[in-house]
Every structure is written in C-alpha cells, then in structure tokens.
Design a protein around this ligand. Sequence first.
Ligand code: MN
Length: 297
Amino acid sequence: MKQRAMVLVLSAVLALTAASCATREANSEADDGAANGGARQLARLLRSLDSGKVKVVDCSFTYSPEMPSISLPPQFGQNPPFELHPISRYDEKGPAWYWNWFKMGEHTGTHVDAPNHWVSGKANVGVDRMELKNLIVPAAVLDVTKQAAANNDYEVMRDDLLGWEKQHGRVPKNAMVVMNSGWGQRWSDAKRYINQDDKGLPHNPGFGESAVEFLLKEREIAGLAVDSVSTEALALAGGKKPNPYPVHFAVHAAAKYQIEAFANADQLPPAGAVLVIAPIKIKDGSGAPARILALVP
Ligand code: MN
C-alpha cells in the first residue's frame, strides 16, 4: 500500500511539473510573440522592399525656384517662393565641402497644413507636435481627372467618395484621402499649375463641402491631400458663406491636417498604398515642407 501511495504522489508531482513546464513554455512563446511579432513584421516589410513586392513612390515635388507658388490677393501677406543660396562648393569659401542655405514659406511646394493652420483650429497642435502615428497612414486615392479637365474649378463631391467606396470598400480608418485631379502633370509649368485668369483669380480643383463633411462626420480620416495648389477650388472658395475657404475651416476645426501639392498621385493605386509623411519639425509651425513616400504593393 505504501508503495502504491508513493507512486501516486510521484505521478501527481510529475504531472504538476509537466503542466507547469507546459504553461511556462506557452507563456514564453506568447512573450516571444509580443516581443518579436513587431520585429518580424518589420523584417517582412524590408524583405518586400528588397524584392520589389512593395515599391516606393515619391509623393513630393522637387523644391526649386522655378516651381509654382501660391499668391494671395494683394491685401494679404504673401508666402515666399523657394530660394536657394550657395554657401560654398568645393571652392575658396569651403574647399572640401558643398552646402547651400534656402528660404521658403511653411506652405511652399509639397507641404503639410498643420491642425493649427486655420482660425477654426487656433488651439490645435502645430506641425512639431502632430501625432506621429497619424503620419503613417493608408491612402484612398480618388481619380477626378476627367471632371477636372472639363471643369478647372471642380470640387470633389460626396458622390465621388460613395463611388470610390462602391469599388474599394469603406474609406479605411485614419486614411489620407488623396485627390488625383491631373494637376500634378502641370507642376513643371507653373503658369498652368496656378492657372490664373485675366483678373488674377486661380482656377484649380479641390474638395467640396459635402465631401469634406461626409469624411469628417461619417468616416475616421487622418486628413485630405490634393495634387493641386489648395484643398479648396480657390476661384470659388474665397467668396463662400458663412466661412470663406470652408475646407480649411472644417478640416482644422476637426483638428485634422492637409497636404497640398501632393506629387505623383497618378502613380498610386486607388486603395492599398501606405503613406509616410515627414514634415519639417518647426516649433509651433502652421505647416511645413514635407517629404512624402508611398509604399505601394
Ligand atoms: Mn497650405
């Protein structure tokens, strides 16, 4: 009897030990999963970039003195165009090095409009304190090239977004909604890009209020991007009531941000690309020039 009891106790101890080992193993696998899951995902991304399964599209235009620049009605302050000034180029001012200094506005060239850009978003963060995870986001790209070719003041409508959703599903959470109007093709011709009429009024496509209201109220977006000079169809937006420039007013009131002069929108798929948006970190800036990369499957 004693022997039998001993065997029972021993087997119980062994079973408990085995169970506790199994639990420890399972726990450590779970820990591993948590600790290495992210590393595995990043390693997979790097392999995909290396193999070309994921390609990178440059969504910033090159900053140069020739590039288009917005001009406001003369009673307002003006955003300066880009200037590049040499310091030295392997010469007597610096025999072994090349460098320049530059001058531009926060809103010159491809740039971000920070959440504090508009009076409706006065209390919002500046470009230096934007939430970083909102700068790596999915892109929902709307093709309105035909509409904008027919009407240079075209405004993206709620129906354009519903049409996109019919084909590609709901606008993803935290998406950057990108207007591809064909204006990007005009970038190398500043006159055609700004497209001023005889009275100096610029004609460019942008977002309409119905689309913006839909995206801000019924979808969870990071912001809006346009391949034109402004998210507003400028010829129409200045005279709108009760708020002139209603897209800026609404987007920044909602503490969201915008991208203007977004490049190569025509090289992105309607859905599936991921944007990496890197505005210069200007203290309390209202916006900043940005290098924008799209990861495209
Ligand atoms: Mn701007």
